[in-house]
Design a protein around this ligand. Structure first.
Ligand SMILES: [Zn+2]
Length: 272
């Protein structure tokens, strides 16, 4: 941030001695309200700080700091449909009848969409929590105390009580009975309390071949209701080779067009 020597900046420094000159926002001078010719508005610095606080409370890893619905770039119709559904879903919540399950292979943007929904709802004031399913299991295991169960409840309590939970990478952990029971307990409790859960998984509901497992194979539990009851499944396809080549072709056309324009400009300069 550039140093400001205006009278206004100096005045702010006197009013708030704990804030150094270098840390004062040049747009709002630390007030959080930016004054523009059109009127007063919330300063971007306050919005960023609020988002950082919300992400911290939701235990959202920093690597997802950039994720928003506005910067998700769909590569095919399935991803476009998922983005549209996620956008409507976020705006309509809490008037929704069940959660969401983003399904698809690595790199299609499942977590990006789930995190974007979480951020949007956190901004609207709902309590939110993010967990990779494997990390949650590890935290529960690490806290496990066979005598009191206290620590285990300490980890599980916010997971069960938060209004919005994103459970990322469902099915990634080895499917033992304990894993199935734990997940079944979480899903069942939240479903009964009508709390929103958004899941992501690399597993599909249809077996692609004999060697591969479905999501049901990985996580099915007698303790939880059927997945279709608690979450609407959105399947995101990876970009096919044909789609990639069409986009590559469009990009090369743009490149060619730019080259022609540049050539014409050079010709024009040489002629005059
Ligand atoms: Zn500011």
């Amino acid at each position: 941030m550039t140093k400001r020597t205006s009278e206004k900046t100096s005045l702010r420094a006197v009013e708030r001695p704990a804030e150094t000159e270098a840390s004062v926002c040049a747009k709002c001078f630390g007030t959080g309200i930016e004054v523009t010719p059109e009127g007063a508005r919330r300063c971007i610095c306050r919005a960023l700080r609020d988002e950082a606080d919300q992400s911290k409370r939701a235990k959202l890893p920093k690597r997802y700091a950039h994720c928003h619905l506005t910067n998700y770039t769909p590569q095919n119709p399935s991803q476009r449909a998922a983005l549209q559904y996620a956008t409507n879903f976020m705006m309509e919540y809490p008037a929704v009848d069940r959660g969401l399950l983003f399904m698809g292979t690595v790199g299609v943007g499942k977590t990006h969409l789930a995190v974007s929904i979480l951020k949007g709802l956190a901004e609207r004031g709902f309590s939110c929590l993010f967990y990779e399913f494997g990390s949650l299991l590890k935290e529960i295991q690490d806290s496990y105390n066979p005598n009191t169960y206290t620590s285990e409840l300490g980890v599980l309590s916010p997971v069960l009580n938060t209004e919005v939970l994103v459970l990322d990478e469902l099915g990634a952990s080895k499917p033992t009975d304990w894993v199935r029971d734990t997940l079944g307990h979480i899903i069942n409790s939240r479903y009964n309390d009508k709390k929103l859960t958004v899941f992501t998984t690399n597993y599909l509901d249809i077996r692609p071949n004999d060697r591969e497992e479905t999501l049901e194979d990985r996580i099915a539990s007698a303790r939880a209701p059927a997945f279709s009851k608690c979450a609407k499944a959105l399947k995101l396809r990876a970009r096919t080779t044909a789609e990639a080549s069409i986009q590559g072709c469009e990009a090369s056309k743009i490149g060619l067009f730019k080259d022609i324009k540049l050539f014409c400009l050079l010709l024009y300069i040489l002629c005059i």
